[in-house]
Design a protein around this ligand. Structure first.
Ligand code: ARG
Length: 478
């Protein structure tokens, strides 16, 4: 953590302000102060201060409800609003003095509010606990992350669509087991990733529905004896409803785990794409080149241009996947209701969102700069008997059972291998030795273009279908 909060001078003298120092937040019951090490160990302000705008938003909605139901005077409510506006401005300006002694973002803001507006600040915590407060903050924050991520996924999809459109008819070998399998178009290949990122966006939007519920009102764990109006707070904060069990509301972090699971899949898809970019850029393959600004050179080997960005993205996938496992493990042994363990949810969650946002931004920027080398793709497609299946299908259409056709073509491929030539290089008479069903119409199916054009159904690689799929996606993305 680069930014460390300033540690406040702690005074041992009793104070009228219950938050004059943090241990006084739970105060009188304790006979000795916590050590500096324990303070540092238990504090979260180093990292949870980034929740501040959401903490303030939640507090204002809570205060507005308290005023509405008569638990807060209009004057106190106004004082809280004014004080919070000042606090928010100083946080945004970077002048707010975060204090380690005040443990977390919630106590730091509340203490400052009380300094600014006096007793009104102390009344804000009526009918509330940090337990429902923090759960609310994370939900508000996470909702905003999803609202940033979904358009970024769409931007990456659009970049892929643009490239796919340019290469709707560019032939490349399709692989299974990393062996040349059948010809596909590069556009079709890119569209596979458009589908993956489309499902990723769907998953995030689906998780958002469960994130968008209000914990406030659950208080510490059991609800509160005050006549509060939770629905009102939910409406003010734009939540779809309230969490309907107080114990669950303050303790479960399944919504954060769901987000991390969706994020792990996003990164897994990015990682697969990265692996392909790296492979395609290897001079041994030579299908593409990445723009120089996404690559680095070597300090010792002058000839090198390394695909650092995709490699890092592949590497960062491990860290995001790790956060998912971290959060699952954090949750699994916790009895109801809130436990301090949950404070550990934040750093993995923050890092997950940060990593995703950066990665998607950089990929949306990198994809349009991919330089495609169609000649190399075509040459590779011509090398691995990519149209062998087409020959078998041709024989089936002439009446042969598929298994027999498969056998015949396997034989033909072996002969071609011995002669170091492609199926299409064999003269008709030669081909007819494998089966008398073969006629001179066979060459249409043995060519790469013939093979592509024949896969002309929804989801197939025919250029016509690739263009139709692109059009459907453009319409979906608006
Ligand atoms: N910093 C705490 C967290 O992140 C806030 C809630 C603290 N609640 C408590 N009972 N200690 O979870």
């Amino acid at each position: 953590m680069s930014e460390k909060p300033a540690s406040s001078a702690t005074s041992s003298a009793p104070s009228a302000d219950p938050l004059a120092n943090k241990s006084a937040a739970w105060s009188a019951r304790f006979s000795e102060p916590v050590s500096d090490l324990v303070k540092r160990y238990t504090a979260s302000v180093f990292f949870d201060k980034r929740l501040a705008p959401y903490d303030i938003q939640g507090s204002l909605a809570h205060a507005e409800m308290l005023r509405h139901v008569g638990l807060l005077s209009a004057a106190d409510y106004q004082a809280i609003c004014d004080g919070m506006a000042k606090i928010l401005a100083s946080i945004e300006a970077g002048t707010f003095e975060w204090q380690l002694d005040l443990e977390d973002v919630h106590l730091n803001i509340e203490k400052r509010l009380t300094e600014l507006v006096g007793d009104a600040g102390k009344r804000l915590h009526t009918a509330r606990s940090r337990n429902d407060q923090v759960a609310t903050d994370i939900r508000l924050w996470l909702r905003a992350q999803i609202d940033t991520l979904v358009p970024l996924l769409a931007a990456l999809q659009t970049a892929l669509l643009d490239l796919a459109e340019q290469h709707a008819a560019t032939v490349m070998p399709g692989f299974t087991h990393l062996q040349v399998a059948q010809p596909v178009t590069f556009g079709h290949h890119l569209l596979a990733y458009v589908e993956m990122f489309g499902r990723d966006a769907e998953r995030l939007q689906d998780a958002r529905k469960r994130i968008n519920r209000l914990p406030l009102g659950a208080a510490a764990l059991a609800g509160t004896s005050y006549a509060i109006d939770r629905e009102r707070v939910a409406r003010t904060l734009g939540f779809d409803g309230v969490c309907e069990n107080s114990l669950d509301a303050v303790s479960d972090r399944d919504f954060a785990i769901e987000f991390c699971a969706a994020a792990a899949l996003v990164m897994t898809h990015v990682s697969r794409l990265s692996e392909e970019l790296i492979l395609w850029m290897s001079p041994r393959v030579g299908f593409i080149d990445l723009a120089d600004r996404f690559c680095t050179g070597s300090s010792i080997m002058p000839q090198k241009k390394n695909p650092d960005v995709p490699e890092l993205a592949r590497g960062k996938t491990g860290r995001v996947n790790g956060h998912l496992i971290g959060l699952l493990t954090l949750m699994k042994g916790q009895p109801l209701a809130y436990n301090k363990d949950n404070q550990e949810d934040k750093e993995p969650l923050f890092d997950t969102a940060d990593t995703l946002i950066d990665t998607l931004r950089i990929f949306a920027d990198m994809v349009p700069g991919i330089r495609v080398k169609p000649e190399a793709m075509r040459a590779a497609a011509l090398q691995g008997f990519a149209t062998a299946t087409d020959l078998a299908d041709y024989l089936v259409k002439k009446g042969l059972p598929f298994r027999d056709a498969h056998e015949i073509v396997a034989h033909a491929v072996r002969i071609c291998e011995q002669k170091s030539c492609d199926l299409a290089d064999l003269p008709l008479a030669e081909l007819q030795k494998f089966s008398p069903l073969i006629g001179d119409d066979v060459f249409a199916v043995l060519t790469l273009e013939g093979s592509l054009a024949s896969r002309n159904h929804i989801g197939g690689t025919a250029p016509e279908q690739v263009r139709a799929a692109i059009a459907r996606w453009r319409k979906k993305l608006g």
